[in-house]
Design a binder for this molecule. Structure first.
Ligand SMILES: NC(=O)c1ccc[n+]([C@@H]2O[C@H](COP(=O)([O-])OP(=O)(O)OC[C@H]3O[C@@H](n4cnc5c(N)ncnc54)[C@H](OP(=O)(O)O)[C@@H]3O)[C@@H](O)[C@H]2O)c1
Length: 296
């Protein structure tokens, strides 16, 4: 199958390209300087030339606080960009896998969100991504909308200054004696390698539609940090953040845990528990550091 990956220089796009290549597909990885999803001509020109069977769109404007201050660019990329990709892929008779977010929910349910739960975003980012979902649904009947949560991968996150949460915690632990982390926001941290593998598995399914795709279990950011330090064996004084420690422009849902109900109902779910995903990430990280060191 010919697969085009959009946002391929990002943390998820990088692993998605690798996973589809490893599965034997003919993959074209497209970074932002090769395609602009907010521009119809760019999307039409690039994808018409490639004639893909499947397009995986990981590209987004997803710095949550910047989106709050810059609603127009957020909607231009996350909503109109998604619409453009949906319309062009439909015209080319290609399937579309579109990445969305747990931030489409308000966080008030208090139990894992299923695909049939009503979205109610509380910030511009979530609203623009939800609008993108609607456009994808309307624009290309052969779509998989895949909502992910709190992702981290070995390729740097472009929107977060190159540091995912795990790398940020490890950096802070080396720089400071004390680290503070919020303990009142609950998510499911999910490694991008597992999402990428899940997308390959899902791409073989004829069942288009909406899917939640996260690791198993859930934790607060504080508990996630605690596990990072425990598994890495780094002694650090970890404290719950106090109100006002981290002023943010955009409100965040307090609880955005997703249940992979649709994947499970079709026996497609590949995810492990978030703690196992973290353990594996830290092992891979150590191994690549050793390999880099050996190659010095
Ligand atoms: N990170 C999270 O915790 C998280 C949580 C839930 C959902 N998601 C979703 O997961 C997806 C992937 O996130 P990620 O963490 O891999 O992000 P990332 O590392 O920031 O990668 C996003 C990629 O998209 C590219 N891009 C941005 N705007 C574009 C445009 N207008 N046209 C073409 N390419 C564009 C970026 O290129 P440049 O950097 O060069 O502009 C970058 O390569 C996004 O859809 C995001 O909404 C992420």
């Amino acid at each position: 199958m010919k697969v085009a990956v959009l946002g391929a220089s990002g943390q998820l796009g990088h692993d998605v390209s690798s996973a589809f290549s490893a599965a034997g597909h003919n993959v074209t990885s497209l970074a932002h300087d090769q395609i602009e999803i907010a521009a119809l001509e760019s999307v039409r020109d690039v994808l018409s030339r490639l004639q893909p069977d499947l397009v995986v769109n990981t590209a987004a404007f997803h710095n949550v606080d910047r989106c709050e201050a810059e609603a127009l660019p957020a909607f231009t990329v996350n909503a109109i960009g998604a619409r453009t990709v949906a319309q062009v892929t439909s015209a080319l008779n290609a399937a579309l896998m579109h990445i969305s977010t747990d931030y489409v929910f308000d966080g008030l349910k208090g139990a894992p969100y299923r695909e049939e739960d009503q979205p109610a975003p509380i910030n511009v980012y979530g609203t623009s991504k939800l609008a993108g979902e609607h456009f994808v649904r309307a624009g290309n009947p052969r779509h998989y909308i895949v909502r992910v949560s709190a992702i981290y991968g070995e390729n740097p996150c472009r929107a977060k200054g190159g540091l995912n949460f795990v790398e940020l915690m490890l950096k802070l632990a080396h720089e400071r004696h004390e680290v503070r982390v919020v303990d009142d926001e609950f998510v499911t941290p999910t490694p991008t390698v597992e999402i990428a593998h899940q997308l390959v598995v899902l791409s073989k399914s004829p069942h288009y539609g909406l899917y939640h795709a996260t690791s198993e279990g859930s934790c607060s950011w504080f508990e996630f940090a605690q596990s990072i330090f425990e598994i890495s064996g780094i002694p650090v004084h970890l404290l719950p953040a106090q109100p006002g420690d981290f002023p943010v422009k955009a409100p965040r849902p307090k609880y955005s845990v997703l249940e992979n109900a649709a994947l499970k109902s079709r026996s497609l779910n590949v995810f492990s528990h978030w703690k196992d995903g973290l353990q594996n990430y830290l092992v891979r990280r150590k191994t690549s550091a050793k390999l880099t060191h050996a190659g010095d």
